[in-house]
Design a protein around this ligand. Structure first.
Ligand code: CO
Ligand code: CO
Length: 329
């Protein structure tokens, strides 16, 4: 399935109305939020996918980090998780599955999340992920529609996991780039989210399958604004630019460019391989956050002090725009 397919399939179906649903289907938010009382809301999300790397443990870690990310993107604190497993046990064996689950558990331990159950089905193609529940104060929810004109845009991880994974499959990825991709995919967005809450950030999303450009379009549409991405300022994973120059571009990057094309203009001065990286679908990517211009420097310093060392200012929200547009220049 590609971008927008699930939305299309849901179109016309009646979704029951519930006043306690603070964030539901109406926008393109990262997770749903349901109000329990004045001080507490639960954040719920589910994500699972096919292996992005051969090492089962690394796959488990990356997928778990990715599943937790949608809760962090909403400003929530994940507390419980359920394993979701599709797996050909007879073909790949229980040891491989155990390694995937062990990788997932390591990430849950790091995040302070309790694993409380799961579900598995026999399937020819392995898939793994988590359904995650978190909590958030109803007034502190971050959304992808929360950006305001003048906000500076901060990205907390370098991009390029899709392109490096494509190079890896072709046997053309350097050790250094594989290492950079692995470390980035397995890093959780906990510290970045906590710093954002401390700075009262309102606009946030995490970068996954739609790529940096697609997710920023969602922010521009949700916040009804025009956003500029400064291409030269976008942090790139080691080796990602080389791989992109060799044309090792995943199909998803082209799908993103096509699907989001009518909201995006790419300046002629932007190098093709950099544009490809901005459209590259990410596995367990970073957060994109909006922060008032006068707080941007302190915010970046705080992120880096908390170990979010790739954090960089990559653009700004220009002005109100009812349709929402993104310019990459
Ligand atoms: Co998300
Ligand atoms: Co998601």
């Amino acid at each position: 399935m590609g971008p927008g397919d699930l939305d299309q399939a849901l179109k016309g179906l009646e979704i029951p109305h519930d006043p306690n649903v603070l964030v539901g289907f109406s926008g393109s938010e990262d997770a749903g939020v349901y109000k329990i009382d004045e001080d507490t809301a639960i954040v719920q999300t589910v994500d699972f996918f096919t292996p992005v790397v051969d090492d089962p443990r690394v796959f488990g870690m990356a997928s778990a980090a990715n599943s937790l990310s949608d809760v962090y993107a909403m400003g929530g604190r994940p507390i419980t998780a359920l394993n979701l497993v599709c797996f050909p046990v007879k073909k790949l064996g229980l040891d491989t599955l155990r390694s995937i689950l062990d990788g997932g558990l390591e990430i849950m331990r790091e995040a302070g999340v309790a694993l409380i159950g799961g579900h598995s089905v026999e399937d020819d193609e392995p898939k793994y992920g988590l359904s995650v529940t978190g909590i958030v104060h109803p007034d502190r929810i971050m959304t992808n529609s929360g950006l305001k004109p003048g906000d500076r845009l901060i990205l907390t991880k370098a991009v390029g996991t899709g392109i490096i994974a494509t190079a890896l499959k072709a046997g053309l990825a350097s050790e250094a780039s594989i290492d950079a991709m692995t470390r980035s995919m397995c890093a959780i967005n906990k510290a970045a989210s906590e710093v954002a809450i401390r700075f009262d950030v309102k606009g946030c999303t995490d970068i996954t399958g739609f790529g940096l450009a697609g997710h920023v379009v969602e922010m521009a549409k949700g916040g009804r604004s025009r956003i500029r991405i400064k291409a030269a300022a976008v942090p790139l994973l080691e080796g990602a630019r080389d791989a992109a120059s060799m044309g090792l571009i995943p199909a998803g990057a082209y799908a993103n460019r096509k699907f989001f094309g009518s909201w995006i203009t790419v300046d002629a001065g932007v190098a093709t391989e950099v544009a490809d990286l901005i459209f590259d679908p990410q596995t367990s990517g970073g957060l994109v956050l909006g922060i008032q211009a006068d707080k941007a420097e302190a915010f970046l310093k705080a992120l880096i002090a908390e170990g979010v060392t790739a954090a960089a200012e990559i653009g700004e929200v220009l002005e109100a725009d009812p349709e929402g547009h993104v310019e990459i220049s």
